[in-house]
Design a protein around this ligand. Structure first.
Ligand SMILES: *Cc1c(COP(=O)(O)O)cnc(C)c1O
Length: 447
C-alpha cells in the first residue's frame, strides 16, 4: 500500500485531498478548483495569444472553398465547419425545474466527422498541408483554395504521411481529411475504439493499426512510427498546440451564435459551459477561447467518466501527466470511449490551472439514461461520451460543492439570468443499429 505516486504514498494523497477516496471508489464527485484566477483583480499571461486563434480562424476561412467543394455536407455553411446551438428546454423540464436556460452545442452535427474532433483534428491537417503546398510553391495565401482538389496536389501530398493515436474520433477526423487530401495516413487505435469506426476508416483507404491496450499506448506507438520515417507527421493529441488552437476557434463563433439568439453574457448574466474531457485538448481549447472572451463571466467545467477521471486527478494533485488513473487503482474502463483516457495532457492541465472552475465525474449508467431521454424528447442522437456535459448544470445546483461555488462567486441572485451550455461532443457518425442499442441501454435508468 505504500506505493509511490508522484512522490507521495496513496495514504498521504488521500490525507491531503480527501476527495481522492471517493474518486478511487468511482463515486460521482464535483470538484471546485481553488486556483482559479480572479479576473476582476488581475490578468493572466495567455500562453496562446489572441492573434494565434485569429490566425487559425483565418486559415480555416482560406480552406473553406476547398472544404465546401469536396465535402457536400459542408456546403450549407460555405465550408466553415460549425455546429448549431440548440435550446433543449423540453428535455431540461423532464429532469428538474431549476433557474437558467440550458442549451446544447451540437458538435454531433459537425460536418465531415460528426464530433468535436472535426475542429482541432481537421485544422491541424489543413495547416500541415498548407505548409507543404506553400513550401513547394504550389499555393499562396491569396489563392482560391478549391484548387487543392486536383491531381497536382494529391500527387504532392501522397509523398507525405500522417500518423495519429486515438480512441476513435480523432482517428476518424484526421483519417477522413488526410485521405481526402491524398496523404498516406496511419491511425493507431486503442482497444476502446469501436469496430465501425475502424471499418469506416479502412473503407476510405486509411491504415488502421489496432492495439489491445489503452489510448496512451496507441499515441506512443504513433509517435514512435513517425520518428523513424521521413516525411511522416505525427499529430500529438497529448501535446499539440495546433490542435488546441483549432479547437479554440469555436469560442468566437459561439459568441456570435449567442448574440444571434439575443443571449447576453455579462456581470448580471453568467454563462456556464460543461465540456466532456478525455485527454483535454478539445475541451481545453474551447474553454480557453471562451475564457479569453468572457473572463470572470464564464464558468467552465470539465466532465469525465467515474472510471477515467484523469484530468481531475491531474489538476487536483497538480501533477498533471505525472499521474494516471491506474496509479490510483482506477481501471479506465468506460463505455464513453471518447473519454477513455487514463493520463491527461500535461500541457492542457497546466494551461487550464487558473482558468477552469472545476471538474465533475459521471457514471456510465447516467450517460445512457440521458442519451435515451435526449433521443426521445429532442430527437438528438449522441454517443455516450457526448452526454457527459449535461449533468453539470444539475450537479451545480444539487451538490454542496456546486452550491458553495454559487455562493462564493455571489451568483445566487444572478442564476435566474444564467445560461448553461452542455457541449455535445459527438455522435453524428454512429450507425443506426449501434444507436438503437445505446438507446435501449438507457431504458429504465434513473438520473
Ligand atoms: C475526444 C472526445 C472528447 C474529448 O476530447 P479530448 O481532446 O480527448 O479531451 C469528448 N467527446 C467526444 C465524443 C470525443 O470524441
Amino acid at each position: 500500500m505504500d506505493k509511490n505516486i508522484a512522490g507521495k504514498t496513496m495514504e498521504k494523497w488521500i490525507d491531503e485531498l480527501p476527495m481522492i477516496k471517493d474518486i478511487i471508489d468511482t463515486n460521482e464527485v464535483f470538484w471546485i478548483n481553488s486556483e482559479i484566477a480572479d479576473f476582476k483583480k488581475t490578468d493572466i499571461t495567455w500562453a496562446i495569444k489572441k492573434e494565434d486563434i485569429e490566425d487559425a480562424k483565418e486559415r480555416l476561412k482560406r480552406f473553406a472553398p476547398y472544404i465546401a467543394k469536396v465535402f457536400p455536407e459542408a456546403r450549407e455553411n460555405n465550408g466553415i465547419i460549425e455546429s448549431p446551438l440548440k435550446d433543449i428546454s423540453n428535455f431540461k423540464s423532464q429532469l428538474q425545474d431549476i433557474n437558467g436556460r440550458l442549451l446544447l452545442k451540437c458538435d454531433n452535427y459537425l460536418p465531415i466527422s460528426g464530433s468535436i474532433k472535426a475542429r482541432g483534428g481537421i485544422y491541424e491537417v489543413l495547416k500541415h498541408a498548407e505548409e507543404i503546398a506553400i513550401g513547394q510553391g504550389l499555393l499562396s495565401g491569396n489563392d482560391d483554395y478549391s484548387k487543392i482538389d486536383s491531381d497536382e496536389f494529391k500527387n504532392l501530398f501522397k509523398k507525405y504521411s500522417i500518423a495519429v493515436g486515438s480512441t476513435g474520433n480523432l482517428g476518424l477526423s484526421i483519417g477522413i481529411i488526410s485521405a481526402k487530401l491524398g496523404f498516406k495516413v496511419y491511425v493507431h487505435m486503442s482497444a476502446d475504439a469501436k469496430e465501425w469506426k475502424k471499418e469506416l476508416l479502412r473503407e476510405k483507404g486509411v491504415n488502421v493499426i489496432e492495439y489491445d491496450s489503452d489510448y496512451s499506448k496507441a499515441v506512443e506507438e504513433g509517435r514512435k512510427q513517425a520518428q523513424n520515417e521521413p516525411n511522416m507527421y505525427f499529430i500529438d493529441d497529448e501535446n499539440s498546440i495546433d490542435l488546441f488552437t483549432g479547437y479554440s476557434v469555436a469560442a468566437e463563433r459561439l459568441k456570435e451564435q449567442l448574440e444571434g439568439m439575443n443571449i447576453t453574457v455579462d456581470e448580471e448574466h453568467p454563462l456556464f459551459v460543461y465540456l466532456p474531457c478525455g485527454v483535454g485538448g478539445g475541451p481545453g481549447g474551447v474553454a480557453y477561447g471562451l475564457k479569453m472572451i468572457y473572463r470572470e463571466n464564464v464558468h467552465l467545467f470539465f466532465a469525465e467518466p467515474t472510471h477515467s477521471p484523469c484530468m481531475l486527478l491531474g489538476m487536483m494533485t497538480k501533477m498533471h501527466d505525472k499521474v494516471s488513473v491506474f496509479d490510483f487503482g482506477i481501471d479506465n474502463i468506460t463505455d464513453a470511449d471518447g473519454l477513455a483516457v487514463g493520463r491527461p495532457s500535461g500541457f492542457v492541465g497546466k494551461v487550464m490551472e487558473n482558468l477552469l472552475s472545476g471538474v465533475y465525474t459521471v457514471k456510465d449508467d447516467k450517460l445512457y439514461m440521458l442519451l435515451n431521454l435526449l433521443a426521445k424528447k429532442e430527437e438528438i442522437y449522441l454517443e455516450p461520451s457526448a452526454l457527459a456535459g449535461i449533468p453539470g448544470m444539475f450537479s451545480l445546483y444539487n451538490t454542496e460543492a456546486g452550491k458553495e461555488y454559487i455562493r462564493k462567486n455571489n451568483l445566487e441572485e444572478k442564476m435566474k439570468n444564467s445560461t448553461h451550455i452542455a457541449w455535445a461532443t459527438g455522435g453524428g457518425m454512429v450507425p443506426e443499429s449501434q444507436m438503437k442499442s445505446y438507446i435501449e441501454l438507457g431504458e429504465n435508468k434513473t438520473f
